[in-house]
Ligand binder design. Structure first.
Ligand SMILES: Nc1nc2c(ncn2[C@@H]2O[C@H](COP(=O)(O)OP(=O)(O)OP(=O)(O)O)[C@@H](O)[C@H]2O)c(=O)[nH]1
Ligand SMILES: [Mg+2]
Length: 397
C-alpha cells in the first residue's frame, strides 16, 4: 500500500519525518515504495526547520497562518489552529496535487498530536479538505493522545484532545489512535526520548504497507495482504500493533487468559507468542471483542509458516474478536523472526477516548464561560474608551 503522509504541528511533523525514513528504508532494504510523498505543515517555522528527512523546500515543509502567527505557533488554542488551517488549506491541496507520484497513491495518512493547538485544530480541517477534493481516496488519521502527566496540568489539553477527535472522526475514513502514555507505562525512560517513541509508533506500519507491494516471488505469500484488504478493514476508531516472538510481553490485559503454548508445535507456539505480544503492543488499549473488523498478518521465514499454525492463529483471532469480520495474510521473509501485525478497527468502544470525552464535557462549559467573561471584560474596556478620539482613523473611531 502506498501512502501520502501529511504531518501537522510539531508532533505530526516529526512522526511524518519518521514515516519518510520508513519509506527510505523500504526502498533501500526491500526495493519497494510505500511512501510516495511526505509533507509537514506547521504554524511554527522553527519546528519545520528542525525536521531531517522530509524534503526541505516550501512545497514539502508548509508554513500556515504566517500573518496571524508570525511563524510562532498558536499557543495551544486549537480553534486558532483550525481557523488558520481553513484559510490556508489550499496550500496543502496544491502541494499534494502537484506531487510527482500522487496518482500511484492509495490513501492519505494525516498525523497530529491532539493535545496541542496547530495539529489538533488542523487535523479535522485538512482531512475534510482532502476528502472533498479527492472523494475516492481514503483519508486515514493517526491521532496521538497525550502523556498522562500532560492532562493534569492543563484543562485545555483534555479539551483539545476531545474536540479534535470528535471532529476528525466525523470526516476521516478511519482514526488510528496512538497513546503516548502507553510507552512510558512500559519504560519510564522514554518520556524524554520522543525520537524512540516515534520509531515505535511507525514500526507496526512497515510490514503491513510493504506486503502488498512486493514483486519478488519468494516474498509474495500464499495469501497476500494488499491495499484492498487494508482499506476494507480500516473504518472508524482503529488500533494497530506488531509483536515478535521471543520478546517479553508488557501490559498484559485483564481479559487475557494465559494460554498454554507448550502443547503446540514450535512454529505454532512462536506465532501465538507474537500475537500475544502484538496485543500488548496495540497503539491504544482496547478490548478486541469491541472490534467490528480485524486484520492479522504473519511475517516469517516460509519454513516457520505451516497450515496448523495459520489455523491456530485464525482460531485465536476469532476467539478474541468474535463479532469482527477478520481478514488475514502471510508475508514470507528471510531471517529468523516471526512477527504478527494486528489491526482492530470499527471499534465500538475505546475506554481512554470515553474518558477524554467525559472529562472534556465538564471543562468545555468552564472554558466557554471563561472565554465569554474575557470577551465581556474586553467589551466593557472598549466601552469605557468610547468617547475618546482615535489617532488612526479620521472619523474618530
Ligand atoms: N509521540 C510524540 N508526541 C509528541 C511529539 N511532539 C509533541 N508530542 C505530543 O503532542 C502534544 C502537543 O502537540 P504539538 O504537536 O507539540 O502541538 P502543535 O500541533 O505544534 O500546536 P501548538 O504548538 O500548540 O501550536 C503533546 O501531547 C505532546 O506530548 C513527538 O515528536 N512524538
Ligand atoms: Mg507547535
Amino acid at each position: 500500500m502506498r501512502l501520502v503522509v501529511v504531518g501537522l504541528g510539531q508532533c505530526g511533523g516529526r512522526i511524518a519525518d519518521e514515516f519518510a525514513r520508513l519509506g527510505k528504508k523500504a526502498r533501500s532494504n526491500r526495493r519497494i515504495d510505500i511512501i510516495t510523498a511526505a509533507y509537514a505543515v506547521n504554524t511554527d517555522q522553527a519546528d519545520l526547520t528542525g525536521l531531517r528527512t522530509i524534503r526541505g523546500d516550501f512545497h514539502h515543509r508548509i508554513l500556515i497562518g504566517g500573518r496571524k502567527t508570525s511563524g510562532h505557533g498558536v499557543g495551544k488554542i486549537n480553534e486558532v489552529g483550525a481557523a488558520v488551517a481553513k484559510e490556508d488549506s489550499y496550500k496543502i491541496i496544491d502541494a499534494v496535487r502537484t506531487g510527482e507520484r500522487f496518482y500511484e497513491t492509495d490513501a492519505f495518512l494525516v498525523i497530529a498530536g491532539t493535545a496541542g493547538g496547530t495539529g489538533s485544530g488542523a487535523m479535522p480541517v485538512f482531512t475534510k479538505a482532502l476528502k472533498e477534493r479527492y472523494p475516492h481516496k481514503a483519508v486515514y488519521c493517526l491521532a496521538i493522545l497525550p502523556f498522562g502527566h500532560e492532562e493534569g496540568t492543563e484543562e485545555r489539553t483534555i479539551y483539545n484532545v476531545a474536540t479534535s477527535l470528535k471532529s476528525t472522526y466525523s470526516v476521516a475514513d478511519a482514526v488510528i489512535l496512538c497513546d503516548n502514555e502507553r510507552f512510558i507505562k512500559r519504560d519510564a525512560n522514554l518520556v524524554n526520548n520522543m525520537e524512540q517513541i516515534n520509531k515505535e509508533i511507525v514500526a507496526p506500519f512497515y510490514d503491513m504497507l510493504c506486503a502488498g507491494e512486493e514483486v519478488k516471488r519468494s516474498r509474495v505469500g500464499a495469501k497476500t495482504v494488499d491495499a484492498g484488504d487494508i482499506m476494507q478493514t480500516m473504518e472508524g476508531w482503529t488500533t494497530i500493533g506488531v509483536g515478535r516472538s521471543g520478546v517479553p510481553t508488557f501490559n498484559r490485559l485483564p481479559f487475557e487468559r494465559r494460554r498454554s503454548f507448550r502443547k503446540k508445535g514450535r512454529e505454532t507456539q512462536r506465532g501465538l507468542e507474537a500475537v500475544d505480544q502484538a496485543i500488548s503492543e496495540l497503539s491504544v488499549t482496547v478490548n478486541p471483542g469491541d472490534a467490528g473488523k480485524a486484520l492479522y498478518m504473519i511475517s516469517a521465514p516460509s519454513k516457520e509458516m505451516n497450515i496448523a499454525m495459520m489455523r491456530e492463529l485464525g482460531g485465536l483471532m476469532r476467539e478474541m474478536a468474535e463479532d469482527a469480520v477478520i481478514r488475514s495474510g502471510d508475508y514470507p521473509r528471510a531471517g529468523n523472526d516471526v512477527s504478527v501485525t494486528l489491526i482492530f478497527s470499527k471499534l465500538s468502544n475505546v475506554p481512554r477516548l470515553k474518558e477524554f470525552y467525559r472529562n472534556a464535557s465538564s471543562s468545555a462549559a468552564t472554558i466557554q464561560k471563561r472565554q465569554m467573561e474575557a470577551d465581556e471584560k474586553l467589551r466593557e474596556l472598549e466601552e469605557a474608551a468610547e468617547g475618546l478620539p482615535s489617532l488612526i482613523s479620521s472619523d474618530g473611531h
